[in-house]
Design a protein around this ligand. Structure first.
Ligand code: NAP
Length: 242
Protein backbone atom coordinates (compact mmCIF):
# COMPACT_ATOMS: atom_id res chain seq x y z
CA UNK A 1 0.00 0.00 0.00
CA UNK A 2 1.40 3.44 -0.88
CA UNK A 3 1.42 6.32 1.61
CA UNK A 4 -1.23 8.12 -0.39
CA UNK A 5 -3.67 5.16 -0.64
CA UNK A 6 -6.72 5.47 1.54
CA UNK A 7 -6.94 2.96 4.36
CA UNK A 8 -9.82 0.54 4.66
CA UNK A 9 -11.88 0.22 7.84
CA UNK A 10 -14.64 -2.22 8.81
CA UNK A 11 -17.11 -1.00 11.44
CA UNK A 12 -19.72 -3.41 12.80
CA UNK A 13 -22.97 -1.95 14.09
CA UNK A 14 -22.54 1.18 11.98
CA UNK A 15 -26.19 2.04 11.30
CA UNK A 16 -26.64 3.91 14.60
CA UNK A 17 -25.02 5.23 17.75
CA UNK A 18 -21.31 4.86 18.39
CA UNK A 19 -20.64 2.90 15.18
CA UNK A 20 -22.32 5.55 13.04
CA UNK A 21 -20.35 8.30 14.81
CA UNK A 22 -17.12 6.40 14.14
CA UNK A 23 -18.02 6.10 10.46
CA UNK A 24 -18.74 9.80 10.07
CA UNK A 25 -15.49 10.78 11.82
CA UNK A 26 -13.42 8.27 9.85
CA UNK A 27 -14.87 9.09 6.42
CA UNK A 28 -12.34 11.76 5.43
CA UNK A 29 -9.47 9.29 5.93
CA UNK A 30 -10.80 5.77 5.34
CA UNK A 31 -12.78 3.80 2.81
CA UNK A 32 -15.46 2.09 4.79
CA UNK A 33 -17.14 -1.29 5.10
CA UNK A 34 -20.18 -0.60 7.26
CA UNK A 35 -21.91 -3.58 8.84
CA UNK A 36 -25.34 -3.47 10.46
CA UNK A 37 -28.10 -5.94 11.30
CA UNK A 38 -31.44 -4.53 10.15
CA UNK A 39 -31.69 -0.71 10.04
CA UNK A 40 -31.41 -0.12 6.28
CA UNK A 41 -32.51 3.52 6.54
CA UNK A 42 -29.97 4.28 9.26
CA UNK A 43 -27.20 2.59 7.30
CA UNK A 44 -28.09 4.46 4.09
CA UNK A 45 -28.03 7.79 5.95
CA UNK A 46 -24.58 7.05 7.40
CA UNK A 47 -23.37 5.95 3.95
CA UNK A 48 -24.57 9.18 2.34
CA UNK A 49 -22.80 11.31 4.96
CA UNK A 50 -19.58 9.34 4.62
CA UNK A 51 -19.62 9.50 0.82
CA UNK A 52 -20.14 13.26 1.03
CA UNK A 53 -16.98 13.36 3.17
CA UNK A 54 -15.02 11.52 0.48
CA UNK A 55 -15.20 7.86 1.52
CA UNK A 56 -15.92 4.89 -0.70
CA UNK A 57 -18.59 3.03 1.28
CA UNK A 58 -19.83 -0.56 1.12
CA UNK A 59 -22.83 -1.48 3.25
CA UNK A 60 -22.78 -5.02 4.61
CA UNK A 61 -26.05 -6.16 6.17
CA UNK A 62 -25.24 -9.18 8.37
CA UNK A 63 -26.05 -10.41 11.85
CA UNK A 64 -22.68 -10.89 13.57
CA UNK A 65 -24.12 -13.81 15.53
CA UNK A 66 -24.83 -15.72 12.28
CA UNK A 67 -21.64 -17.48 11.11
CA UNK A 68 -22.88 -17.97 7.54
CA UNK A 69 -23.82 -14.31 7.23
CA UNK A 70 -20.43 -13.31 8.60
CA UNK A 71 -18.64 -15.57 6.11
CA UNK A 72 -20.60 -13.99 3.24
CA UNK A 73 -19.77 -10.53 4.61
CA UNK A 74 -16.04 -11.16 4.76
CA UNK A 75 -16.15 -12.59 1.22
CA UNK A 76 -16.95 -9.03 0.12
CA UNK A 77 -13.92 -7.50 1.88
CA UNK A 78 -10.64 -7.89 -0.03
CA UNK A 79 -8.38 -6.47 2.69
CA UNK A 80 -8.47 -4.31 5.80
CA UNK A 81 -6.26 -1.89 7.68
CA UNK A 82 -8.55 -1.55 10.68
CA UNK A 83 -11.70 -2.82 12.34
CA UNK A 84 -13.99 -1.23 14.92
CA UNK A 85 -15.70 -4.26 16.48
CA UNK A 86 -18.70 -2.38 17.82
CA UNK A 87 -21.98 -4.26 17.24
CA UNK A 88 -23.61 -5.07 20.55
CA UNK A 89 -26.89 -5.45 22.38
CA UNK A 90 -28.40 -5.16 25.82
CA UNK A 91 -31.41 -7.07 27.13
CA UNK A 92 -34.19 -5.64 29.28
CA UNK A 93 -33.20 -4.68 32.81
CA UNK A 94 -33.72 -7.69 35.11
CA UNK A 95 -32.03 -9.49 38.01
CA UNK A 96 -30.11 -12.69 37.27
CA UNK A 97 -32.94 -14.69 38.88
CA UNK A 98 -35.15 -13.72 35.94
CA UNK A 99 -32.74 -14.73 33.15
CA UNK A 100 -33.52 -17.65 30.89
CA UNK A 101 -31.31 -19.59 28.52
CA UNK A 102 -32.56 -17.78 25.40
CA UNK A 103 -31.62 -14.40 26.82
CA UNK A 104 -28.10 -15.54 27.72
CA UNK A 105 -27.62 -17.35 24.40
CA UNK A 106 -28.54 -14.20 22.45
CA UNK A 107 -26.36 -11.94 24.63
CA UNK A 108 -23.26 -14.09 24.31
CA UNK A 109 -23.87 -15.02 20.65
CA UNK A 110 -23.82 -11.34 19.64
CA UNK A 111 -21.56 -9.63 22.17
CA UNK A 112 -18.92 -12.34 22.62
CA UNK A 113 -18.98 -15.03 19.93
CA UNK A 114 -19.91 -12.58 17.18
CA UNK A 115 -17.23 -10.11 18.27
CA UNK A 116 -14.55 -12.80 18.49
CA UNK A 117 -15.41 -14.11 15.02
CA UNK A 118 -15.38 -10.59 13.57
CA UNK A 119 -11.94 -9.95 15.09
CA UNK A 120 -10.66 -13.30 13.84
CA UNK A 121 -11.80 -12.65 10.28
CA UNK A 122 -10.76 -8.99 10.28
CA UNK A 123 -7.23 -9.91 11.38
CA UNK A 124 -7.07 -12.44 8.54
CA UNK A 125 -7.78 -9.60 6.08
CA UNK A 126 -4.85 -7.51 7.36
CA UNK A 127 -1.88 -8.11 5.10
CA UNK A 128 0.37 -5.73 7.05
CA UNK A 129 0.10 -3.56 10.14
CA UNK A 130 -3.45 -3.26 11.40
CA UNK A 131 -5.62 -2.23 14.33
CA UNK A 132 -8.70 -3.78 15.92
CA UNK A 133 -10.69 -1.78 18.47
CA UNK A 134 -13.26 -3.79 20.41
CA UNK A 135 -16.11 -1.83 21.98
CA UNK A 136 -16.48 -3.02 25.55
CA UNK A 137 -18.23 -1.17 28.39
CA UNK A 138 -17.58 0.25 31.84
CA UNK A 139 -20.13 -2.40 32.83
CA UNK A 140 -17.23 -4.89 32.63
CA UNK A 141 -15.89 -3.23 35.79
CA UNK A 142 -19.19 -2.15 37.40
CA UNK A 143 -20.96 -5.54 37.08
CA UNK A 144 -24.37 -3.87 36.53
CA UNK A 145 -26.08 -5.76 39.37
CA UNK A 146 -29.87 -5.60 39.15
CA UNK A 147 -29.66 -4.17 35.62
CA UNK A 148 -27.88 -6.47 33.19
CA UNK A 149 -25.19 -8.62 34.73
CA UNK A 150 -25.17 -10.78 31.59
CA UNK A 151 -24.25 -7.77 29.45
CA UNK A 152 -21.52 -6.75 31.93
CA UNK A 153 -20.09 -10.28 31.87
CA UNK A 154 -20.14 -10.30 28.06
CA UNK A 155 -18.10 -7.09 28.00
CA UNK A 156 -15.63 -8.42 30.60
CA UNK A 157 -15.08 -11.31 28.19
CA UNK A 158 -14.29 -8.79 25.46
CA UNK A 159 -11.62 -7.12 27.61
CA UNK A 160 -9.96 -10.47 28.33
CA UNK A 161 -10.20 -11.37 24.66
CA UNK A 162 -8.56 -8.03 23.80
CA UNK A 163 -5.55 -8.84 25.98
CA UNK A 164 -5.18 -12.35 24.58
CA UNK A 165 -5.62 -11.44 20.93
CA UNK A 166 -3.35 -8.43 21.37
CA UNK A 167 -0.61 -10.76 22.66
CA UNK A 168 -1.18 -13.19 19.79
CA UNK A 169 -1.05 -10.58 17.03
CA UNK A 170 1.54 -8.11 18.35
CA UNK A 171 4.42 -9.73 16.49
CA UNK A 172 2.42 -9.44 13.24
CA UNK A 173 2.09 -5.66 13.72
CA UNK A 174 -1.62 -5.85 14.50
CA UNK A 175 -2.66 -3.90 17.59
CA UNK A 176 -5.81 -4.84 19.52
CA UNK A 177 -7.42 -2.44 21.97
CA UNK A 178 -10.76 -2.05 23.66
CA UNK A 179 -12.72 1.01 24.68
CA UNK A 180 -15.05 1.03 27.67
CA UNK A 181 -17.75 3.66 27.18
CA UNK A 182 -19.84 4.72 30.15
CA UNK A 183 -23.35 6.18 29.91
CA UNK A 184 -23.66 7.25 26.29
CA UNK A 185 -26.68 8.86 24.70
CA UNK A 186 -27.70 6.35 22.00
CA UNK A 187 -30.77 4.27 21.18
CA UNK A 188 -29.35 1.15 22.86
CA UNK A 189 -31.07 2.09 26.12
CA UNK A 190 -34.51 2.33 24.47
CA UNK A 191 -33.87 -0.97 22.68
CA UNK A 192 -33.32 -2.50 26.14
CA UNK A 193 -36.65 -1.07 27.33
CA UNK A 194 -35.15 1.96 29.12
CA UNK A 195 -35.51 5.11 27.00
CA UNK A 196 -33.88 8.09 28.72
CA UNK A 197 -31.63 5.83 30.85
CA UNK A 198 -28.47 7.80 30.04
CA UNK A 199 -30.06 11.08 31.12
CA UNK A 200 -31.73 9.51 34.15
CA UNK A 201 -28.46 8.10 35.52
CA UNK A 202 -26.28 11.08 34.56
CA UNK A 203 -26.18 12.25 38.19
CA UNK A 204 -24.01 9.17 38.97
CA UNK A 205 -21.31 10.40 36.60
CA UNK A 206 -18.61 12.67 38.11
CA UNK A 207 -18.96 14.96 35.07
CA UNK A 208 -22.74 15.03 35.78
CA UNK A 209 -23.78 14.27 32.22
CA UNK A 210 -24.08 11.44 29.72
CA UNK A 211 -21.57 11.24 26.87
CA UNK A 212 -22.30 11.55 23.17
CA UNK A 213 -21.55 8.91 20.57
CA UNK A 214 -18.98 11.26 19.04
CA UNK A 215 -17.20 11.54 22.40
CA UNK A 216 -16.61 7.79 22.22
CA UNK A 217 -15.80 7.78 18.51
CA UNK A 218 -12.98 10.30 18.91
CA UNK A 219 -10.89 8.12 21.30
CA UNK A 220 -11.62 5.10 19.09
CA UNK A 221 -10.26 6.97 16.07
CA UNK A 222 -7.21 7.93 18.16
CA UNK A 223 -6.61 4.24 18.90
CA UNK A 224 -6.64 3.54 15.16
CA UNK A 225 -4.05 6.24 14.56
CA UNK A 226 -0.25 6.18 14.74
CA UNK A 227 -0.59 8.26 17.91
CA UNK A 228 -1.48 4.98 19.63
CA UNK A 229 1.38 3.04 18.01
CA UNK A 230 2.67 1.55 21.30
CA UNK A 231 -0.76 0.59 22.67
CA UNK A 232 -2.05 -2.97 22.45
CA UNK A 233 -3.74 -5.62 24.56
CA UNK A 234 -5.35 -3.07 26.84
CA UNK A 235 -8.31 -0.74 27.18
CA UNK A 236 -9.22 2.88 27.77
CA UNK A 237 -12.26 4.16 29.65
CA UNK A 238 -14.53 6.87 28.23
CA UNK A 239 -16.88 7.39 31.14
CA UNK A 240 -16.87 11.00 32.33
CA UNK A 241 -15.02 9.69 35.39
CA UNK A 242 -17.55 7.03 36.42
P1 NAP B 1 -27.04 1.31 19.22
O1 NAP B 1 -27.27 2.76 19.06
O2 NAP B 1 -28.16 0.41 19.63
O3 NAP B 1 -26.39 0.75 17.89
C1 NAP B 1 -26.08 -0.62 17.83
C2 NAP B 1 -25.57 -0.96 16.44
O4 NAP B 1 -25.21 -2.35 16.46
C3 NAP B 1 -26.62 -0.80 15.37
O5 NAP B 1 -25.99 -0.41 14.18
C4 NAP B 1 -27.17 -2.22 15.22
O6 NAP B 1 -27.69 -2.51 13.92
C5 NAP B 1 -25.91 -3.02 15.44
N1 NAP B 1 -26.19 -4.40 15.83
C6 NAP B 1 -26.86 -4.85 16.92
N2 NAP B 1 -26.87 -6.18 16.92
C7 NAP B 1 -26.22 -6.58 15.80
C8 NAP B 1 -25.92 -7.82 15.23
N3 NAP B 1 -26.31 -8.96 15.81
N4 NAP B 1 -25.23 -7.85 14.07
C9 NAP B 1 -24.84 -6.73 13.47
N5 NAP B 1 -25.09 -5.50 13.96
C10 NAP B 1 -25.77 -5.43 15.11
O7 NAP B 1 -25.90 1.03 20.32
P2 NAP B 1 -24.62 1.86 20.78
O8 NAP B 1 -24.95 2.48 22.07
O9 NAP B 1 -24.07 2.67 19.68
O10 NAP B 1 -23.66 0.64 21.11
C11 NAP B 1 -22.52 0.33 20.33
C12 NAP B 1 -21.58 -0.47 21.21
O11 NAP B 1 -21.22 0.32 22.34
C13 NAP B 1 -22.19 -1.76 21.76
O12 NAP B 1 -21.22 -2.80 21.73
C14 NAP B 1 -22.53 -1.39 23.20
O13 NAP B 1 -22.54 -2.50 24.04
C15 NAP B 1 -21.39 -0.43 23.52
N6 NAP B 1 -21.66 0.47 24.65
C16 NAP B 1 -22.67 1.38 24.58
C17 NAP B 1 -22.90 2.20 25.69
C18 NAP B 1 -23.99 3.23 25.73
O14 NAP B 1 -24.30 3.77 26.83
N7 NAP B 1 -24.63 3.55 24.62
C19 NAP B 1 -22.09 2.09 26.83
C20 NAP B 1 -21.09 1.13 26.84
C21 NAP B 1 -20.87 0.34 25.74
P3 NAP B 1 -29.26 -2.43 13.57
O15 NAP B 1 -29.81 -1.23 14.28
O16 NAP B 1 -29.24 -2.32 12.08
O17 NAP B 1 -29.88 -3.67 14.10
Amino acid sequence: MTDTARKTLLITGASAGIGAACARLAAPDYDLYLNYRSDDAGAEAVKADCEAAGAKVTLLRADVSDPQALARMFDQIPRLDACINNAGIVAPTAPVAAYDHDRLRQMFDVNVIGAIMVARDAAAKMDGPGVIVNVSSAAARLGSGGQYVDYAASKAAIDTFTKGLGDELAADGIRVMSVRPGLIDTEIHAKGGEPGRAQRLAHMVPMRREGSAEEVARPILFLLSDGASYMTGSFIEVTGGR
